[in-house]
Design a protein around this ligand. Structure first.
Ligand SMILES: [Zn+2]
Ligand SMILES: [Zn+2]
Length: 218
């Protein structure tokens, strides 16, 4: 039977489907009885999925025992960084960190084009209305954003997916970068438009499409 440490050691192989069947069986048996390890794998999968969607390469898992010491240390640090990213980001105060953390949190639901009703419901959360056509919405929801309700969309643009958030309050305009992600905070209606995507062109496209289709009266 695998211990929690065995699961941590083999988690990354497991997620890559590279675990031999006997070990995979033991790992699954452990997951049946261990909440902690189920949560760990869920978080690793979430972070990998989010970074994949956002165009990052991938995330190293916690240390594997077969590696030699320097690699082991690097892998352990990378694993710790993943856990820290998931657990600590929401406590940062900067709006751009919170936008990024929320985007990471909400990666997995994208995939299918959302019906207009869902987009409308999402926008209503902040008092905005859909007045034109907003094509290529692959995710739409109203979300709790650090105690405030926001509209959260993911728009497919010609340069990849762009996370779009309508935040109910004014915030200082800014441009930021994280890894190979571009982010922007813009004034929009009575609130703020936060955008995260692969490059400035994709943010321009998403911003223009949202502004053309959404009416957000003060
Ligand atoms: Zn466990
Ligand atoms: Zn959300």
């Amino acid at each position: 039977m695998f211990s929690c440490k065995d699961v941590t050691d083999h988690a990354s192989d497991h997620l890559e489907g590279a675990l031999p069947w006997r070990a995979a069986l033991q790992l699954r048996a452990h997951l049946l009885i261990c909440d902690h390890c189920r949560r760990l794998l869920r978080q690793m999968r979430a972070v990998n999925g989010a970074l994949g969607l956002m165009g990052f390469v991938g995330v190293a898992a916690p240390a594997r025992p077969t590696r030699r010491w320097p690699e082991l240390a690097v892998a352990a640090l990378a694993g710790a960084a993943v856990v820290l990213t998931v657990w600590l980001l929401p406590s940062f105060t900067g709006l751009e960190q919170r936008v990024y953390a929320h985007a990471i949190d909400h990666h997995a639901q994208s995939g299918a084009v959302r019906p207009a009703a869902q987009v409308v419901g999402s926008l209503q959360a902040v008092g905005a209305r859909l007045e034109g056509e907003l094509a290529g919405v692959v995710f739409a929801d109203r979300c709790d954003f650090f105690g405030r309700t926001i509209a959260h969309l993911i728009l497919q643009t010609s340069a990849g997916p762009v996370v779009v958030m309508l935040l109910p309050e004014h915030a200082r305009a800014q441009v930021f970068f994280r890894g190979n992600q571009a982010g922007r905070i813009e004034a929009f209606g009575p609130g703020t438009l936060a955008l995260l995507g692969a490059d400035a062109a994709s943010l321009d496209e998403a911003s223009a499409r949202v502004r053309a289709a959404v009416r957000w009266p003060a």
